[in-house]
Design a protein around this ligand. Structure first.
Ligand code: NAD
Length: 362
């Protein structure tokens, strides 16, 4: 039976079309799964990757391979759609975004063309996945963090490349609402993790990378782990189910301004490693690479606004979320061996690629 996402009852029928851009990706794949579980029967999932590389391929959705940088493709896939969720971007962990700034900024074409197409096709509502990387680095220099509030994004000095694109695209959404009346919702994700995501290959982020290293050490018996930075950097990590729940709650709300969507449970990288060690039942010797990309020193989400506006905030504990995540990564390591293609189909590093852990991009 059809059950609309919380708060959206009456907004949509089960046959109304929903487009998920980036549906072959980590969060997009989980969002498609949730929409199908909710009873929506016309979900269109679009991604530039070959279908064989999608993290999740749902037979209940219409799965389309297409490049959303292309305006014509955006027009075609959003035709007849009522809702569009844009989770498509060229992105990865800190190791990727620090070395691929132009590629990150080119994702501006995806959101711009999707917005233009959505307007032309009279889409009713549009979601954009922004990032904590919109916040200025000089507010994130201390591991003992002051959680980031939404208003801290201005005056603007975001993460170079990736963060600038996110902030610009946020404003594009705002002006499409103000000038053209297209309803947009924007969430700033803070470090999302969980099963069925990238766990190796260079784009993976700290929770998956640390899980892979611990699992590989446990399986191989080589009890060493390499960590980027000195381990004292702090972050908060949001479990993917909370992310999807937050997307749908924000989407159903009448909140137009960008909202943090993240956990406020702050940990250091060393604490995250200790947590995964205890889940795996191993103790590893830590080697710190102080020259590796580290990102900002400390970052966490201030959840005052989301609690005020939605009466809800992410609540899955890191211990619970990492237990599920570690078990999934361990299965991938068992299935393919570290460095081999995972059972879910995500890419793997070519021979000789350094598989060190990455800090999170967003
Ligand atoms: P992901 O890389 O797993 O998914 C993004 C998907 O977009 C990929 O499958 C990719 O193939 C697809 N894509 C890239 N370019 C495309 C194009 N031209 N046309 C069509 N598809 C294209 O990343 P994710 O973790 O699922 O992130 C989803 C969104 O959330 C992104 O916008 C990302 O920037 C944002 N975000 C994620 C995090 C996080 O921690 N995962 C944090 C902050 C923001």
């Amino acid at each position: 039976m059809h059950a609309a996402p919380r708060g959206t009852q009456g907004m949509m029928g089960p046959l109304d079309r929903i487009v998920v851009a980036g549906g072959g990706g980590f969060i997009g794949g989980h969002l498609v799964a949730r929409l199908l579980r909710e009873g929506f029967r016309s979900v269109v999932s679009v991604d530039v990757k070959d279908l064989g590389e999608w993290h999740q391929l749902h037979p209940g959705a219409r799965n389309i391979r297409g490049d959303l940088k292309d305006l014509e493709t955006c027009r075609r896939v959003t035709g007849g759609a009522k809702w569009v969720f844009n989770l498509a971007a060229d992105m990865g962990g800190m190791g990727f975004i620090e070395n691929n700034k132009a590629a990150c900024m080119l994702s501006v074409l995806i959101n711009t063309h999707l917005l233009m197409a959505a307007r032309e096709n009279a889409v009713e509502r549009f979601f954009y996945a922004s990032s904590a990387c919109v916040y200025a680095a000089d507010r994130q220099t201390d591991a003992d963090v002051i959680p980031l509030r939404e208003e801290d994004a201005y005056p603007a000095m975001p993460e170079d490349g990736y963060g600038w694109e996110k902030l610009f695209s946020e404003r594009m959404c705002r002006h499409f609402t103000e000038d053209f009346g297209l309803e947009t919702r924007v969430a700033r994700f803070h470090n999302v993790y969980g099963p069925l995501g990238t766990w190796d290959g260079g784009r993976e982020k700290a929770p998956a990378a640390i899980s892979r290293k611990v699992a590989t050490a446990a399986v191989s018996g080589d009890h060493r782990i390499e960590i980027w930075g000195d381990g004292g950097q702090t972050r908060s990590f949001m479990y993917v189910d909370d992310c999807v729940e937050g997307i749908l709650r924000l989407f159903a709300s009448d909140v137009h301004e960008p909202v943090n969507l993240g956990s406020d449970e702050t940990v250091s990288v060393d604490q995250l490693v200790s947590l995964v060690e205890s889940i795996a039942g191993v103790r590893l010797t830590r080697c710190y690479d102080l020259g590796a990309p580290k990102g900002v020193r400390g970052r966490s989400s201030d959840n005052t606004r989301i609690l005020d506006l939605l009466g809800w905030a992410p609540s899955t504990s890191l211990a619970d979320g990492m237990t599920t995540t570690y078990r999934w990564v361990l299965d991938q390591v068992h299935a393919g061996g570290a460095g081999q293609p995972p059972a879910g189909g995500a890419g793997h590093p070519p021979a000789g690629v350094d598989m060190r852990s990455t800090l999170l991009a967003g």
